[in-house]
Design a protein around this ligand. Structure first.
Ligand SMILES: O=c1[nH]c(=O)c2[nH]c(=O)[nH]c2[nH]1
Length: 296
């Protein structure tokens, strides 16, 4: 007899923009988020018996996403996601888990004539700040925070040699290469007992994001990289050290290759090795290096 071994449902890609206005200074702040909220619980009969009596409509989940954004702070996103998720398990006794993902887009305050403008912003389109929160009646609140799509490139200070050489190998060893990647870095927080615990720790979330971002950028720039693997491990180590409330740090880094180009066919033009200046950025394939580092 088949049975429902796992099920969750909800609304994805709910786009929310919240404007907060400081009446005393006239300074306004915007937060744009894309929210996904998926519920779990005693909902199997909606699949097996067409029992919609257990279904909180995904349209209502979308409405709730907006109402919670109106009634509560949306920053830090870890807190907003926890408030939204907690709402569903408190309001509906048959819903036991809410999975909330919030992608926060980066609207950066515009500088005009060298001064921060009170209500104009520029979108830093690549990078987002993401959180994934699981609010569970039984297991408390588990939060994972991340930086995604932070594209970085260094034109030297990266090597890759000593790797396996055999009959499958064509890649030359290098002591000086371009290193380019799109950072996806996440940190998993120790479990929070309930919403109150998240509220009490709320100031830690922005602080951790700043530390993780600064560590990533500083190490990327300054590490004399032996490999993507080794540099990302150092990043994980430093974040674990800097943010004691985290349990696990993960990185997923594509190695976006920029190939040297032999132009010697054109009048002997030298453009490889020490003469390399013009490179060819590759779209695919790319290396993909991942790791997760935990406290022992
Ligand atoms: O830093 C790297 N790690 C690898 O595993 C790898 N493999 C490869 O072809 N180039 C690189 N670079």
């Amino acid at each position: 007899m088949p049975y429902v071994s796992a099920a969750r449902y909800g609304k994805d890609n709910v786009r929310v923009l919240k404007v907060t206005r400081d009446q005393s200074t006239g300074v306004q702040t915007v937060t744009e988020m894309t929210v996904c909220c998926l519920l779990e619980g005693d909902i199997d009969t909606s699949y097996t018996e067409a029992d919609n009596g257990v279904v909180v409509a995904t349209d209502s989940i979308k409405n709730t996403t907006f109402i919670m954004a109106k009634q509560h702070p949306v920053n830090p996103p870890e807190l907003y996601a926890s408030i939204l998720g907690n709402h569903f398990i408190q309001k509906y006794s048959h819903i036991h888990v809410a999975n909330v993902k919030v992608v926060t887009h980066r609207w950066i305050r515009m500088d005009v004539d060298g001064k921060p403008h009170p209500h104009s912003f520029i979108k830093d389109a690549g990078e987002t700040r993401n959180v994934e929160v699981r609010v569970s009646r039984k297991d408390g609140i588990n939060i994972s925070s991340s930086i995604a799509g932070l594209s970085v490139l260094k034109s030297t200070g990266s090597a890759f040699h000593g790797f396996v050489r055999d009959e499958y190998t064509t890649l030359p060893e290098t002591w000086d290469r371009i290193l380019s990647t799109d950072v996806d870095a996440s940190w998993k927080w120790s479990k929070f007992a309930d919403l109150k615990a998240v509220e009490e720790g709320a100031s830690k979330f922005d602080d951790a994001w700043n530390k993780a971002r600064n560590i990533t950028l500083k190490l990327f720039a300054e590490d004399n990289s032996a490999s993507v693997q080794n540099t990302m491990y150092k990043m994980c180590e430093q974040i674990l050290d800097a943010v004691p409330e985290t349990e696990t740090i993960s990185y997923s880094l594509p190695n976006n290759h920029n190939f040297e180009l032999d132009l010697s066919w054109h009048n002997g033009l030298q453009n490889t090795g020490k003469d390399a200046e013009v490179y060819v950025p590759q779209t695919c394939p790319n290396g993909l290096i991942k790791c997760e580092v935990s406290r022992s």
